[in-house]
Design a binder for this molecule. Sequence first.
Ligand code: PEP
Length: 252
Amino acid sequence: MRKPIIGGNWKMNKTVDEAVREAQDLKLEIGQIKSVEVVVFPPFTALESVGKVLRGTEIGLGAQNMFWEEKGAYTGEVSPLMLLDVGCRYVILGHSERRGYFNESDEEINKKLKSALRSGLFPLVCVGEKLGERKDGKAKQVVENQLRGCLRGISAQDIERIVIAYEPVWAIGTGETATPEQAQDMHYFIREILRELFGEKVAQVIRIQYGGSVKPENIKDLMSKEDIDGALVGGASLKAKSFAQIVRYGES
Ligand code: PEP
């Protein structure tokens, strides 16, 4: 049985005060939920303060990105050790906004992934095709290439600590969600690739989240699919109420 994992990616939103207020609301609403692994990803500036609010709750803390080196002359970058230092356990790698706006390649994501694993963080690795690629019938090829590139050289032992987030770029922040069938089809395909690369056991235990305009209204249908093990939520995670509703999808 794979325990569902639901993440809230706050992106470049919220001052420290705003982030702390949302964390306090989440603590009240879903702070003790154990049936779902819940993680929030505030901006770097709010990590420490949010971490303090969430201490003693079941809600995990993660960062939205990191650099692969541990320290040194890399102006503007944040290292895995710095993330651990402020209480992070998780890190998102290769989000489509990083790939798109900052030209992150699979090779760079692979370096970050190896570094995150070395340092003891739990990485969420994002893959997903653009609209044109889906229309051209290349969605699976694109996702397969991303997966193989990002996961190159990772051991079967380490891979179990990774979560894959399938996030079709055309569904991120657009209000357009992949249908549960479209998402399931790609998740099944991803699991097949993981099976080929790492074996049956890994394929069975690794969690694959869906991301792209997940809301309280569509989470239940998505989660009813066999290979969908959670969600990475952007817009709808910015309000504690809607994020809590998503996390509590199993109760209604
Ligand atoms: C995301 O940024 O990972 C995401 C899925 O965003 P949204 O839920 O807003 O589409």
